[in-house]
Ligand binder design. Structure first.
Ligand code: FAD
Ligand code: MLT
Ligand code: ZN
Length: 475
């Protein structure tokens, strides 16, 4: 069996037998899904670019059940695809062939929350938005936020080391995740679910699993440090006449808003047009070459408002921004955020999307967009740039009516070579999954790739966990 389009051959794993199904039924009674219609949504990724043909999906509720499932799969040499909310952008969350889908959807319990330290411990299948809602009731928030919050699971966020919209303020999950419980490929439970801020006892094993995309173990529970809910949140959208002005606005923002700055996102005019056209969202800011969304989060409304008005005066007066709209209430703040958060959705409605998620020196962040527009000409419907400018993370997306091999050849390896030429990263936050596994070498030296392969062989000697993903096909 070969996935022709991706030139990948099925590895010699076993196929699920009647006896396997009976064993699964004993471990997770009534939670073994084999109905093809029910399986369909879990076999296809969010971007609808990849489709597997798994015939079994398992829905454990406990770590013990995950452990028994993996012990069985390990003994029988059955391949397993861990799946959270299936919102991943690189085809890591769906099977390539007939891997068993191990869903965390029913592992959705909060285990504990300490209201002085702000440390939350929960099962991996908790939905990000629900965790945030739970915390808000206790005057805390999650340290991460992303457009997929309504579906993605915290386990999936940790497995992809998701960045998102609050990264600028609260940093990486590599800092905020304090502990993990993970089930290894052979079913052994690795309990590193500590809730300590400081713990220098030997190697920090949880870091191996953060960003490992389901290839080293199944994350079953997460301990995470959550910040207090800010008293005052302001959101503003600005129009900028050029990218140089976007950069200067960012510098001014850091200088003048300092400790209260909590997001600095940008999008270009084509993004805004697509959001307006496909989602019928209205922008309060007139047509501009660029837009920036600025958010502040602080503890004193009056203090923040003063700072923000000083900043507005400066950027409007100096012509860095041509127009601005500040949200006066939560409803408008949500509306402004929607213009940015829903870009992904708007682009997907427009056609086939070639998606690149790269880290670059911020000064050069937009050059590749301009360069590609000239290079591709009319063969692309749109070439757009948006993303987490404050983190040096560009989302470069090229849209065409349908997939075309010649357009792909014009894009790759060009985009990756361009990125490597800037000492950038070919995956800033989405991971490598199935789509990008073979481009790891553009951002990591061969010795690093070899160590990764040795770690994989050590933790998953039979290679049953999320095969065909993250690591290059060949060393
Ligand atoms: P899935 O998609 O189900 O899985 C992703 C990967 O993690 C797969 O390789 C899977 O095998 C593995 N995995 C899942 N759960 C586990 C587990 N418990 N144990 C081990 N492995 C597991 N990403 C960003 O970084 N920043 C963004 O701003 C952002 N915005 C997004 C906006 C939209 C609209 C969408 C659709 C996606 C966005 N993403 C973003 C992509 C991002 O990777 C995911 O949304 C999210 O982190 C994945 O969580 P999930 O539960 O959906 O995982
Ligand atoms: C975003 O920032 O909107 C996400 O990472 C998704 C995307 O890149 O489209
Ligand atoms: Zn992003």
């Amino acid at each position: 069996l070969t996935q022709e389009r991706y030139r990948v051959q099925r590895l010699p794993f076993s196929t699920v037998s009647k006896e396997d199904l009976a064993a699964f039924e004993r471990i997770v009674p009534g939670r073994v899904v084999t109905d093809p219609e029910e399986l369909e949504a879990s076999n296809v990724d969010w971007l609808r670019t990849f489709r597997g043909c798994s015939k079994v999906l398992l829905r454990p509720r406990t770590t013990e059940e995950v452990s028994r499932i993996l012990r069985h799969c390990h003994e029988r040499n059955l391949a397993v695809n861990p799946q959270g909310g299936n919102t991943g952008m690189v085809g890591g969350s769906v099977p390539v062939f007939d891997e068993i889908i191990l869903s965390t959807a029913l592992m959705n319990q909060v285990i504990s929350f300490q209201s002085v330290s702000g440390i939350l411990v929960c099962q991996a299948g908790c939905i990000l938005e629900e965790l945030n809602r739970y915390l808000e009731e206790q005057d805390f928030i999650m340290p991460l936020d992303l457009g997929a919050k309504g579906s993605c699971h915290i386990g999936g966020n940790v497995a992809t080391n998701a960045g998102g919209l609050r990264f600028l303020r609260y940093g990486s999950l590599r800092g905020t995740v304090l502990g993990l419980e993970v089930v290894l490929a052979d079913g052994a439970v690795l309990n590193c679910l500590t809730s300590l801020r400081k713990d220098n006892t030997g190697y920090d094993l949880k870091q191996l699993f953060i960003g490992s995309e389901g290839t080293l173990g199944v994350i079953t529970a997460v301990s995470i440090l959550c910040p207090p809910k800010p008293e005052a949140v302001n959101v503003a959208l600005f129009g900028c006449p050029g990218f140089a002005e976007v950069l200067k606005t960012f510098s001014t923002c850091k200088g003048m808003l300092g400790e209260i700055l909590s997001a600095f996102e940008f999008m270009d005019a084509e993004c805004m047009q697509l959001v307006r056209h496909h989602l019928h969202l209205a922008s309060p800011v007139q047509e501009s070459p660029f837009y920036v969304l600025v958010e502040t989060s602080g503890s004193s409304a009056g203090h923040d408002a003063d700072k923000l008005s000083g900043f507005l005066e400066r950027v409007l007066g100096s012509g860095l921004v041509t127009e601005g709209s500040v949200a006066a209430d939560q409803r408008k703040a949500k509306m402004l955020w929607a213009l940015r958060e829903r870009i992904t959705e708007a682009l997907s409605r427009d056609g086939y999307v070639y998606k690149y998620d790269i880290s670059l020196p911020v000064e050069r962040l937009y050059d590749i967009v301009t360069d590609l527009r000239a290079r591709l000409g009319p063969s692309a419907k749109h070439v757009v740039g948006y993303g987490h400018l404050g983190d040096g993370n560009l989302h470069l997306n090229v849209i065409a009516e349908a997939f075309s091999a010649s357009l792909l050849a014009a894009l790759e390896p060009y985009v990756y070579e361009w990125t490597a030429g800037q000492q950038g990263s070919v995956s800033a936050e989405h991971g490598l999954g199935f789509k990008k596994k073979d481009v790891l070498g553009y951002s990591k030296p061969p010795a690093a790739v070899q160590v990764m392969q040795r770690l994989k062989a050590l933790l998953d000697p039979k290679g049953i966990l999320n095969p065909y993903k993250t690591l290059p096909t060949r060393a």
